[in-house]
Design a protein around this ligand. Structure first.
Ligand code: ADP
Length: 194
């Protein structure tokens, strides 16, 4: 496990399966139609059961889905988490189609929803780096910068990134280090370490 404190929130990187995470919310790498997909989305829907699809169907009926770069929140069914935040990252098209902004926006929108619902712990997967093809080194930098720049006030306790593979964990660990040396307001005793 790798962690770092930032303005009262711990950013934590773990390797694992997001569907097993105990957190107030887990984030789903959803698609803009909010229909079942593979990867994280399929795993979350399988583990959470029909309540998640029912909630997504209601949102589809009300507002047609969820545009890329935004997020919606639903119940979590049988998952250990209380809520699922469905965030829609961009499909990678080579990097010049606004992908970084859209990916950052998906993370920010998720934190905003978490904050609005008074949630204290949120677990993210590596949005867009599976089927959507975003190179993980670049996605990790965008993800951590976006989260570091949008930590809610008052602070939420923990933002956890749950990386499926060791390679992804390593990419996120490098990106976390790149965020810069700990500032005075952080808790340096709690910084880093595996
Ligand atoms: P996207 O369509 O946004 O690219 P994917 O679900 O295809 O989303 O993949 C996003 C990332 O999540 C990939 O790195 C994939 O390996 C990873 N992943 C797949 N299943 C899980 C899971 N159960 N827990 C955590 N990460 C997962």
């Amino acid at each position: 496990m790798i962690e770092r404190w930032l303005r009262g929130t711990v950013l934590r990187l773990v390797q694992g399966d997001i569907t097993t995470q105990a957190a107030d919310a887990i984030v789903n790498a959803a698609n803009s139609a909010l229909v079942g997909g593979g990867g994280v989305d399929g795993a979350i829907r399988r583990a959470g059961g029909p309540e998640i699809e029912e909630a997504c169907a209601r949102i589809r009926a009300e507002r047609g889905g969820c545009p890329t770069g935004s997020a919606v929140i639903t119940a979590a069914g049988r998952l250990p988490a209380r809520y699922v935040i469905h965030a829609v990252g961009p499909v990678w098209r080579g990097g010049a189609a606004g992908e970084a902004d859209l990916l950052a926006s998906a993370y920010r929108a998720s934190l905003e929803l978490a904050s609005r619902h008074g949630l204290r712990t949120v677990a993210f997967p590596s949005i867009s780096t599976g089927v959507y093809g975003y190179p993980v080194e670049q996605a990790a930098r965008v993800a951590l910068r976006a989260v570091a720049g949008a930590l809610p006030r008052p602070p939420i306790e923990e933002v956890r990134f749950v990386l499926f593979s060791r390679t992804d964990l390593d990419a996120y660990a490098r990106a976390l280090q790149e965020l810069g040396a700990p500032g005075a307001e952080e808790n340096p005793d709690q910084t880093a370490g595996r």
